[in-house]
Design a binder for this molecule. Sequence first.
Ligand code: NAD
Length: 496
Amino acid sequence: MKTQQEWLELKDRLQIETNAFINGEYCPAINGQRFEVVNPATNESIAEVAQCTQEDVNIAVKAARQAFHSGEWSDSAPEHRKRILSQFSALIEQNKEELALLETLDTGKPIDHSFSTDIPGSASAIRWYAEAIDKCYGEVATTERDVHAFISHQPVGVVAAVVPWNFPLWIACWKLGPALAAGCSVILKPSEKSSLTAIYLGKLANQAGLPKGVFQVVTGYGHEAGDALATHSDVDCITFTGSTKVAGQLMVSSGESNLKRVWAEAGGKNANIVFDDYEDLDHAAEAAAAGCFYNQGEVCVAATRLLVHESIKDQFIDKVLSAAQRFQPKDPLDPSSCMGSLIDQQHKDKVEQYIKLGVEEGALLRGGEQTLEHGAFVSPCILDNVDNSMRVAQEEIFGPVLCVIPFKTEQQAIEIANDSKYGLGAALWTDNINRAHRVAKKLEAGTVWVNNYNEGDMTVPFGGFKMSGNGRDKSIHAIEKFTETKTTWIRLQPNQ
Ligand code: NAD
């Protein structure tokens, strides 16, 4: 791992590509417009990125469709796609210093996290699907004797991947991996707040040998480039991660255009329940702090509602506060930094408004002392004595704010945990195996963790119940989202 000085030197040498990547080439937006990219930790302007609109999207969709129809990728042997995607993944690994630095400059996240987690995770996601795709089989149905019916999966066609800014490259790769492996043509639309690593992928896609039009990057705003993809009648599927509000808009756009498949991974307000029978409270407190404050709390599955048994609440909060010390914000380019800056000043203002609101609603503020003056930094804080009906307990803050809600009984803990429009993740801490199974089963969440928070792996699906979405990223199941299921009947002639 480089020192802070070495990262700064690399930053000075970095050539930042700022154009969209359409039909195998970097190109500016047709209307010539650009938007500014600002490093949120320093307020420095770092680039001006192509601001694509409907016209650019039309060209990208046409190229994607042509590539799909040509069959060069969509009809190629899975073994071929495996080889090219493995190379794509290897190139991400080889370029991980530049990619990690771009991610940190663009989002404010700590360089150690970009370098050690986000970028290797991105490469690993592509590699996992590359390795899986030639192990996927069709099925033969159990029909009567003179008929043969088989079920196969064909790539869905042109896929738009619309992604957020909190894990820009990593979440993109969760979608690119299965969609490209399945044989689709993919147009990636990064968030306007974090486009740089997505743009960089264009060069790597060419180097890996992905045919023109199979992978493209359209940069720009959600209401322009994103909406143009969502309403386009020649896009077959949109795979989205972002807010619940935009997920709903995409579903409307689908209904009003061509019924494109919409897979949405949306928000969360996740409950982390600590029972009084759990002995290792130090461990649970460490996990509660990391679960809420990792990535500045800008995590859909952050453990933002801490439900603690009333008998241990005060001692547990002290432990969480002490564990939170290591998350005091620092310069994101300092390799020892565990918390960087939020994505931008506007988001910082929003998070601070929520902290104020929590206090006005009657919560007790602990922690949250500011440590850095410039940049979009917010220190971790706890809102104690929160009632689950308060806005701070119901709405996604997406910052380092932990709401503590006391409970008396197991039943009450389950009711509070499920009293949310979201259902992404949930956790419980107990030494009672019966309670572990009982409660895990009742929690309305796509992922439940017992005595840990945030275990994850490419082998398991990730996604939510209720308004946290309808799709699942990761695992072999994600490939199904990018295929159409086809049944073929063959009537056999009797032997004459
Ligand atoms: P967002 O919904 O504002 O934007 C996400 C993407 O959608 C961006 O690329 C944006 O440009 C685009 N977009 C915005 N409006 C659009 C429109 N009208 N049509 C088409 N595209 C549009 O979300 P965000 O602020 O970038 O990210 C934070 C949100 O993402 C949080 O709610 C968080 O919980 C969620 N998230 C969910 C998961 C998950 O896996 N469930 C993971 C990470 C983040």
